[in-house]
Design a protein around this ligand. Structure first.
Ligand SMILES: O=P(O)(O)OC[C@H]1O[C@H](OP(=O)(O)OP(=O)(O)O)[C@H](O)[C@@H]1O
Ligand SMILES: O=C(O)c1cc(=O)[nH]c(=O)[nH]1
Length: 181
Protein backbone atom coordinates (compact mmCIF):
# COMPACT_ATOMS: atom_id res chain seq x y z
CA UNK A 1 0.00 0.00 0.00
CA UNK A 2 1.27 3.47 -0.86
CA UNK A 3 1.56 5.86 2.11
CA UNK A 4 -1.58 8.03 1.83
CA UNK A 5 -0.89 9.90 5.06
CA UNK A 6 2.63 10.82 3.91
CA UNK A 7 1.17 12.23 0.67
CA UNK A 8 -1.40 14.28 2.61
CA UNK A 9 1.33 15.68 4.87
CA UNK A 10 3.63 16.51 1.92
CA UNK A 11 0.83 18.33 0.07
CA UNK A 12 -0.10 20.27 3.23
CA UNK A 13 3.53 21.19 3.79
CA UNK A 14 4.43 22.21 0.23
CA UNK A 15 1.41 22.76 -2.03
CA UNK A 16 -1.69 23.90 -0.15
CA UNK A 17 -2.14 27.66 -0.08
CA UNK A 18 -4.98 29.87 1.17
CA UNK A 19 -5.86 33.23 -0.39
CA UNK A 20 -7.70 34.55 -3.45
CA UNK A 21 -7.07 32.56 -6.64
CA UNK A 22 -8.48 32.40 -10.17
CA UNK A 23 -8.55 28.83 -11.48
CA UNK A 24 -8.01 27.40 -14.98
CA UNK A 25 -11.80 27.33 -15.48
CA UNK A 26 -12.11 31.01 -14.52
CA UNK A 27 -13.69 30.05 -11.18
CA UNK A 28 -12.59 31.94 -8.06
CA UNK A 29 -11.22 30.04 -5.07
CA UNK A 30 -10.03 30.67 -1.52
CA UNK A 31 -7.45 27.85 -1.63
CA UNK A 32 -5.10 26.41 -4.22
CA UNK A 33 -3.13 23.17 -4.54
CA UNK A 34 0.14 23.90 -6.34
CA UNK A 35 0.69 20.21 -7.07
CA UNK A 36 3.80 20.82 -9.19
CA UNK A 37 5.52 21.40 -5.83
CA UNK A 38 4.75 17.77 -4.98
CA UNK A 39 5.01 15.98 -8.33
CA UNK A 40 8.44 17.53 -8.92
CA UNK A 41 9.74 16.48 -5.50
CA UNK A 42 11.31 12.99 -5.30
CA UNK A 43 9.23 12.18 -2.21
CA UNK A 44 6.02 13.16 -3.99
CA UNK A 45 6.96 11.44 -7.24
CA UNK A 46 7.54 8.16 -5.38
CA UNK A 47 4.29 8.37 -3.40
CA UNK A 48 2.17 9.39 -6.41
CA UNK A 49 3.79 6.85 -8.73
CA UNK A 50 3.10 4.10 -6.17
CA UNK A 51 -0.46 5.32 -5.51
CA UNK A 52 -1.36 5.47 -9.17
CA UNK A 53 0.18 2.05 -9.93
CA UNK A 54 -1.98 0.70 -7.12
CA UNK A 55 -5.06 2.27 -8.72
CA UNK A 56 -4.14 0.60 -12.02
CA UNK A 57 -3.93 -2.78 -10.29
CA UNK A 58 -3.80 -5.75 -12.66
CA UNK A 59 -5.85 -3.99 -15.34
CA UNK A 60 -2.90 -2.24 -16.97
CA UNK A 61 -3.65 -0.06 -19.99
CA UNK A 62 -1.05 0.31 -22.73
CA UNK A 63 -0.51 3.96 -21.81
CA UNK A 64 -0.89 6.63 -19.12
CA UNK A 65 -0.72 10.39 -19.65
CA UNK A 66 -2.60 13.66 -19.72
CA UNK A 67 -2.64 17.40 -20.24
CA UNK A 68 0.67 19.23 -19.96
CA UNK A 69 2.16 20.36 -17.71
CA UNK A 70 0.38 19.07 -14.62
CA UNK A 71 0.17 15.49 -15.87
CA UNK A 72 3.72 15.21 -17.19
CA UNK A 73 5.68 14.54 -13.98
CA UNK A 74 2.91 12.17 -12.83
CA UNK A 75 3.28 10.18 -16.04
CA UNK A 76 7.05 10.11 -15.60
CA UNK A 77 6.73 8.92 -11.97
CA UNK A 78 4.35 6.09 -12.91
CA UNK A 79 6.52 4.94 -15.82
CA UNK A 80 9.73 5.05 -13.79
CA UNK A 81 8.27 3.04 -10.92
CA UNK A 82 6.66 0.58 -13.35
CA UNK A 83 10.07 0.14 -14.99
CA UNK A 84 11.75 -0.45 -11.63
CA UNK A 85 9.10 -3.12 -10.91
CA UNK A 86 9.71 -4.76 -14.31
CA UNK A 87 6.26 -3.78 -15.63
CA UNK A 88 5.64 -2.81 -19.25
CA UNK A 89 3.90 0.56 -19.63
CA UNK A 90 4.21 3.58 -21.94
CA UNK A 91 3.13 7.20 -21.68
CA UNK A 92 1.88 10.21 -23.60
CA UNK A 93 1.96 13.96 -23.09
CA UNK A 94 -0.88 16.10 -24.46
CA UNK A 95 0.10 19.59 -25.56
CA UNK A 96 -2.03 22.60 -24.68
CA UNK A 97 -1.07 24.09 -28.07
CA UNK A 98 -0.21 22.00 -31.15
CA UNK A 99 3.47 21.85 -32.05
CA UNK A 100 4.09 24.57 -34.64
CA UNK A 101 6.81 22.70 -36.55
CA UNK A 102 7.97 19.12 -37.06
CA UNK A 103 5.00 16.75 -36.64
CA UNK A 104 2.48 19.42 -35.55
CA UNK A 105 0.99 16.93 -33.07
CA UNK A 106 -1.06 17.47 -29.88
CA UNK A 107 -0.28 14.02 -28.47
CA UNK A 108 3.35 12.97 -28.04
CA UNK A 109 4.73 9.57 -27.16
CA UNK A 110 5.13 5.95 -28.31
CA UNK A 111 1.45 5.14 -28.93
CA UNK A 112 -0.53 3.46 -31.69
CA UNK A 113 -4.16 3.97 -32.69
CA UNK A 114 -6.49 1.57 -30.88
CA UNK A 115 -4.42 1.38 -27.68
CA UNK A 116 -5.93 1.97 -24.23
CA UNK A 117 -4.98 5.04 -22.20
CA UNK A 118 -5.64 6.02 -18.60
CA UNK A 119 -5.66 9.81 -18.27
CA UNK A 120 -3.71 11.20 -15.31
CA UNK A 121 -4.12 14.66 -13.77
CA UNK A 122 -2.89 16.52 -10.72
CA UNK A 123 -6.00 18.43 -9.63
CA UNK A 124 -9.56 18.06 -10.89
CA UNK A 125 -11.86 21.05 -10.46
CA UNK A 126 -14.37 21.18 -13.36
CA UNK A 127 -12.63 18.38 -15.27
CA UNK A 128 -12.36 20.64 -18.33
CA UNK A 129 -8.59 20.23 -18.79
CA UNK A 130 -8.71 16.44 -18.73
CA UNK A 131 -11.81 16.33 -20.92
CA UNK A 132 -9.86 18.34 -23.50
CA UNK A 133 -6.92 15.93 -23.14
CA UNK A 134 -9.33 13.02 -23.68
CA UNK A 135 -10.77 14.68 -26.80
CA UNK A 136 -7.27 15.08 -28.24
CA UNK A 137 -6.21 11.53 -27.38
CA UNK A 138 -9.36 10.05 -28.87
CA UNK A 139 -8.83 12.15 -32.01
CA UNK A 140 -5.39 10.48 -32.17
CA UNK A 141 -7.11 7.06 -32.10
CA UNK A 142 -6.61 6.16 -28.41
CA UNK A 143 -9.30 4.59 -26.21
CA UNK A 144 -9.96 6.27 -22.85
CA UNK A 145 -12.19 4.90 -20.10
CA UNK A 146 -10.65 6.04 -16.82
CA UNK A 147 -9.20 9.20 -15.32
CA UNK A 148 -6.85 9.20 -12.32
CA UNK A 149 -5.99 12.36 -10.37
CA UNK A 150 -4.12 13.21 -7.21
CA UNK A 151 -6.82 15.47 -5.73
CA UNK A 152 -10.51 15.97 -6.48
CA UNK A 153 -11.62 19.44 -5.38
CA UNK A 154 -15.22 18.13 -5.43
CA UNK A 155 -16.43 20.95 -7.69
CA UNK A 156 -18.22 18.99 -10.40
CA UNK A 157 -15.37 17.25 -12.21
CA UNK A 158 -16.48 13.74 -11.30
CA UNK A 159 -19.98 14.41 -12.63
CA UNK A 160 -18.62 16.00 -15.82
CA UNK A 161 -16.54 12.88 -16.52
CA UNK A 162 -19.41 10.55 -15.68
CA UNK A 163 -21.73 12.44 -18.03
CA UNK A 164 -19.37 11.52 -20.87
CA UNK A 165 -18.84 7.93 -19.76
CA UNK A 166 -15.49 8.25 -17.98
CA UNK A 167 -14.79 7.14 -14.41
CA UNK A 168 -12.74 9.40 -12.12
CA UNK A 169 -10.61 7.85 -9.35
CA UNK A 170 -8.45 10.05 -7.14
CA UNK A 171 -5.84 9.40 -4.48
CA UNK A 172 -7.29 12.18 -2.31
CA UNK A 173 -10.08 14.73 -2.11
CA UNK A 174 -10.06 18.14 -0.45
CA UNK A 175 -11.80 16.51 2.54
CA UNK A 176 -8.43 14.86 3.32
CA UNK A 177 -7.19 18.40 4.06
CA UNK A 178 -10.16 19.22 6.27
CA UNK A 179 -11.64 21.50 3.59
CA UNK A 180 -15.40 21.41 3.15
CA UNK A 181 -17.29 23.89 1.02
O1 LIG B 1 -10.48 20.54 -13.72
P1 LIG B 1 -10.12 21.87 -14.31
O2 LIG B 1 -11.19 22.91 -14.07
O3 LIG B 1 -9.73 21.79 -15.74
O4 LIG B 1 -8.89 22.43 -13.48
C1 LIG B 1 -7.77 21.67 -13.15
C2 LIG B 1 -6.62 21.93 -14.09
O5 LIG B 1 -6.03 23.19 -13.78
C3 LIG B 1 -4.62 23.06 -13.66
O6 LIG B 1 -4.00 23.25 -14.87
P2 LIG B 1 -3.50 24.63 -15.44
O7 LIG B 1 -4.37 25.03 -16.57
O8 LIG B 1 -3.35 25.62 -14.34
O9 LIG B 1 -2.14 24.29 -16.12
P3 LIG B 1 -0.75 23.61 -15.81
O10 LIG B 1 -1.00 22.15 -15.53
O11 LIG B 1 -0.09 23.82 -17.10
O12 LIG B 1 -0.11 24.32 -14.68
C4 LIG B 1 -4.43 21.64 -13.20
O13 LIG B 1 -3.15 21.15 -13.52
C5 LIG B 1 -5.52 20.90 -13.94
O14 LIG B 1 -5.08 20.46 -15.21
O1 LIG C 1 -8.72 24.56 -10.99
C1 LIG C 1 -7.52 24.85 -11.11
O2 LIG C 1 -7.06 25.54 -12.03
C2 LIG C 1 -6.55 24.38 -10.07
C3 LIG C 1 -6.90 24.22 -8.77
C4 LIG C 1 -5.92 23.83 -7.86
O3 LIG C 1 -6.16 23.68 -6.65
N1 LIG C 1 -4.67 23.60 -8.32
C5 LIG C 1 -4.35 23.75 -9.60
O4 LIG C 1 -3.20 23.54 -9.98
N2 LIG C 1 -5.29 24.14 -10.48
Amino acid sequence: MYDKQALIELIKETALQFGDFTLASGKKATFYLDCRKVTLDSRGAKLIGAGMLELLGDKKPHLVGGMAIGADPITAAILTLAGVQGKQLRGVMVRKEPKQHGTGKYVEGPYAAGEELVIVEDVVTTGGSSLLAIERCEAAGLKVKRVFAIVDRLEGGREAFAAKGYELTTLLTIKDFGITQ
